[in-house]
Design a binder for this molecule. Sequence first.
Ligand code: PLP
Length: 437
Amino acid sequence: MAHPPSVDRLARSLRTHSLPDPLLVEAARTAIAEAVLAHGPTGVDPAAVTARAEELIAEQSRRLLQPVINATGVLLHTNLGRAPFSLHHDASYSNVEFRLDQGTRGSRSEHAGTLLARACGAEAALVVNNNAAAVLLTLAAIGGPGRAAVASRGELVEIGGGFRIPDVMTASGTELIEVGTTNRTRRADYERAIATAGERIGLLLKVHQSNYRITGFTETVEVSELVGLGQPVVADIGSGLLDASCPWLADGPPAWLAGEPAARQTLAEGADLVLFSGDKLLGGPQAGIIAGRADLVALIGKHPLYRAVRCGGLVLRAVQDLALAYLDRRGADIPFWHMATGTVAELAVRARTIAGAVPGAHPEAMLAVPGGGTLPGVTIESFGLVLDGDHRDALRQHHPPVIARVQDDRTMCDLRTVAHSDDVGLAAALAGLGTAR
Ligand SMILES: *Cc1c(COP(=O)(O)O)cnc(C)c1O
């Protein structure tokens, strides 16, 4: 037992950690203060203080944004950033708003937006921060103060994170005219609302029930039935499936996608605009896409809110690369689709290889899910590793952290959501459990 070490000296001794100095100093100061408080200024154990400071630094490091191995089997895990995506390029300027052909100011939708529009058969498209922003901006621009939007009571959804259609409607200044009932809405309900509210109506809003299903005695109005009512039809399809026939996949659409609305088909049915997320089934970075009629897209791009929700060059570049992959039909180059469509046989081979190196880990068939508030109840056959007991805490401490799930007191690591290149990291994390046990 001795006097406490100086904050400076302790902080310097912690420099082997990769955090910047001010954070090391803070950890040192906290650890010393705690020890003095507990044992008095002369009863401090320097080794215990160092250990406590290291613990604080480890906690701080784990709070940093970093790559993780998603072994949950949830392909679009909202807490893990939804679709896996990366962008590698060197520091540089880019022609984000500059026409290289004319040397004049350009528009932010010329690259990523134009290519995405092409990929889903739209006249034009705009990329914004996320789909929530796409909905808000579209409502504000086509609806807005003094105008109303008609929506079915069966589609006044909450997506999670507090995104509720009626609240977004209010925030955009648009009056919400609810029609139909929770389980049944007919074309005549929309017709009646239009007859009553007439001039005030700015759009008919269709919202995909992304994360829940109403079954039984139900009736909904398809986009094709809304077309022809004399109002712009805007469909928030949520998931971001670009084309139901999945031309970017050699084997066509997987069976589990059945029934999911797609941008190309919704536009072909006659929707004036479709809105969707960039990081759900589109498999890109966080973004929201507004695609459809060129005049409406231009109108939306001129609204003052656009400036507040537009994307920067990093995201636009990532969305552009993604759109190019779709147009090139290179589904295997889109990490989400690569993971979602890998065969169970491939996953089983990987699971057996890992199990061979990790005593106590057993290869087993399991079920993955699309996740991300899409396709509720849908499962995707998968394969992974199972260990007795709950090891989630220990796996999260590993570098890189492994996020697993537990079922019936068994830890499940689903390889459907683990990149092949991460098998080594996963095996090391699992092997580490063996020594800890
Ligand atoms: C997910 C979803 C949203 C929100 O999209 P974000 O990209 O998360 O902002 C909005 N509407 C529907 C129907 C959705 O499924």
